[in-house]
Design a protein around this ligand. Structure first.
Ligand code: HEC
Length: 106
């Protein structure tokens, strides 16, 4: 089993751009995302989703879908169109790194 997992992990790791990191994502988020999604990933406008704690793979997939036109939205299509791969990874790492808790009603 381990001999199977290690090569997969290596592929996943090598797919992460070398110059991506959550601190860089935080900086970009302050400039480009904060007004709608919050710097803490809690949405500031009712039509925007919360991003805090969302999985990195999901965030990256959605940002790339907005960038390449597979997913369309009047706001996000504009926001995502000029993002580079390392910026997308950094943003996904930033929003994924935020710790959230959920309180379920009685
Ligand atoms: C002007 C407001 C606005 C800005 C700025 C903005 N977004 Fe969004 N974002 C939205 C809205 C609205 C949606 C919901 C799109 C839909 O309904 O399909 C969304 C959706 C998303 C989604 C999909 C989430 C999901 O649950 O499917 C991601 C990921 C995302 N935004 C990331 C970002 C990032 C990262 C930035 C900064 C680079 C950013 N957004 C900037 C308004 C914004």
């Amino acid at each position: 089993m381990r001999s199977f997992i290690v090569p997969i992990l290596m592929v996943l790791v090598s797919a992460v751009p070398a110059d991506a990191d959550p601190a860089a994502g935080k900086k970009i988020a302050k400039q480009k995302c904060q007004v709608c999604h919050g710097i803490d990933g809690i949405a500031k406008i009712p039509i925007a989703p919360h991003l805090a704690g969302e999985s990195q793979i999901y965030l990256e997939t959605q940002l790339k879908a907005f960038r390449n036109g597979k997913r369309e939205h009047e706001m996000m299509t504009v926001v995502a169109k000029d993002l580079k791969d390392n910026e997308i990874t950094s943003l996904a790492q930033w929003y994924n790194s935020i710790q959230i808790t959920a309180t379920v009603p009685e």
